[in-house]
Design a protein around this ligand. Structure first.
Ligand SMILES: Cc1cc2nc3c(=O)[nH]c(=O)nc-3n(C[C@H](O)[C@H](O)[C@H](O)COP(=O)(O)O)c2cc1C
Length: 171
């Protein structure tokens, strides 16, 4: 089974998860937009990774552009964010708002905790986060502005198990 990992993030959390997955599976890890059409065509299985900024998936546009090409593949999607994994409704909402229903139905989705280092953000992201968290605060929803780093290899266990099962039947 030929596999591929495509990701889009901004400050390294999504990339780190992608690289760990690539190491574990022996699959190429490619930033979205750097892949060739041939690589997409050749893959039987694609793991897609994206972080979330103000409710939007970084991979949103790419998914729209490549939907027809990838929809027939075995697809896994991991989302990296600051939303606690216990807030299932909010996380599911990100999927519903960003991905077409046919594509969502084809993807096995996983949520992974991210990281934030405020001092390293671009001025634009600092501003967005400040405004975003103020707005969220008003709705008693939370987008954290405090630094955190919960990017850990062990969070990949469930996705690796799911891909492993698929590999057992599609050698
Ligand atoms: C400007 C900004 C907006 C964000 N918006 C959200 C959001 O709407 N929901 C959320 O759960 N996390 C949000 N986050 C947290 C990021 O998803 C988290 O930092 C993630 O680890 C980023 O991964 P990356 O470095 O791969 O891009 C935001 C972070 C920043 C800096």
């Amino acid at each position: 089974m030929k596999g591929l990992i495509i990701y889009k993030g901004k400050y390294g959390a999504t990339r780190q998860y992608g690289l760990w997955l690539g190491d574990a599976l022996g699959w190429p890890v490619i930033p979205a937009g750097s892949e060739t059409t041939q690589q997409l065509l050749n893959a039987d299985c694609i793991i897609l990774g994206s972080s979330i900024y103000i409710g939007k998936l970084q991979l949103r546009k790419w998914l729209k552009q490549q939907e027809n090409l990838i929809i027939s593949k075995r697809l896994f999607l991991f989302l990296v964010s600051g939303t606690p994994l216990s807030d299932k409704e909010k996380l599911q909402g990100y999927l519903d708002a960003n991905i077409s229903k046919p594509l969502r139905n084809r993807c096995q989705c996983f949520f992974l905790p991210g990281k934030l280092e405020f001092s390293k953000l671009s001025w634009k992201d600092k501003l967005l986060l400040t405004i975003g968290s103020k707005l969220a605060g008003a709705k008693s929803d939370d987008i954290s502005m405090e630094d955190y780093n919960d990017v850990k290899k062990e969070h990949l266990e469930t996705i690796l198990n799911a891909v492993g099962k698929l590999r057992e039947v599609n050698v």
